[in-house]
Design a protein around this ligand. Structure first.
Ligand code: SF4
Ligand code: SF4
Length: 176
C-alpha cells in the first residue's frame, strides 16, 4: 500500500510557459523574458549580394552595450537604428540568421531552453558565465569600422551552438 510520501511525490510538476505555449500565445511579459540577453543578434551582419547569405561579424551595433550585452536604448531602438529587426513570431520563423542558441528560435522549433538561460538558471549572469553571450567578444561599435574592415571581421561563432556541436544536425543552416 503506497504511503502518503510517495503519493505526494507523484504529483506532476508544473511545466514552464515556454514548454506549454507557442510563440504566438506568449504574453508580452513572457515574450520579453524569453530573450536570454546574449546580444548575438545585435552584432553587425553582412549580406552576400550574389547568394543572399547573411554572415556575422564580431562588430556590435552602435547601440549594443558590449558588457551588459543589451541595447542601450531598447524602447527607441528602431527610431535610432532603422535596420534593427523587431522580432515577432513570424520574423523568428523566417530569419535564417537568428542564432542557433536564440531562445525564440529554440521555442519556435519546439526545443527546450538550455541550462544557462536565465529563466532556467534563475541567474541573469549564467548566459555570460557559459560563454554564450557577446561579452568580451565584441571588436567594437560599427562606427569604428569601414566596410572593408567589416569584411575582415566576419566570423562564425555567433551562429554556433556549443551544446549541439557533434549532434546529428551540427550547426548548418536551417530550413525555417
Ligand atoms: S539572439 Fe535571441 S536570445 Fe540572444 S539577444 Fe538576440 S533575441 Fe535575445
Ligand atoms: S538597435 Fe538595439 S536591439 Fe537593435 S540591433 Fe542595435 S543594439 Fe540590438
Amino acid at each position: 500500500m503506497p504511503n502518503a510520501v510517495s503519493a505526494i511525490a507523484s504529483e506532476p510538476e508544473e511545466q514552464p510557459f515556454w514548454r506549454l505555449k507557442t510563440l504566438e500565445a506568449l504574453s508580452a511579459e513572457e515574450w520579453e523574458s524569453l530573450c536570454d540577453g546574449c546580444g548575438r543578434c545585435c552584432l553587425v551582419k553582412l549580406e552576400d549580394e550574389d547568394t543572399g547569405e547573411v554572415l556575422y561579424t564580431d562588430v556590435g551595433c552602435t547601440l549594443l552595450d558590449d558588457q551588459a550585452c543589451r541595447c542601450r536604448d531598447y524602447p527607441a531602438r528602431q527610431a535610432r537604428v532603422p535596420d534593427c529587426v523587431r522580432l515577432t513570431p513570424e520574423a523568428v520563423r523566417g530569419l535564417s540568421w537568428l542564432p542557433e542558441t536564440c531562445a525564440y528560435r529554440l521555442v519556435a522549433e519546439g526545443r527546450d531552453l538550455y541550462w544557462w538561460h536565465p529563466l532556467v538558471s534563475g541567474d541573469p549572469g549564467s548566459v555570460h558565465a557559459a560563454g554564450i553571450s557577446v561579452r568580451d567578444r565584441v571588436a567594437g561599435p560599427e562606427e569604428n569600422f569601414s566596410i572593408a574592415e567589416l569584411l575582415e571581421r566576419i566570423t562564425d561563432w555567433p551562429m554556433e551552438d556549443p551544446e549541439r556541436e557533434g549532434s546529428e544536425r551540427g550547426t548548418g543552416p536551417l530550413a525555417l
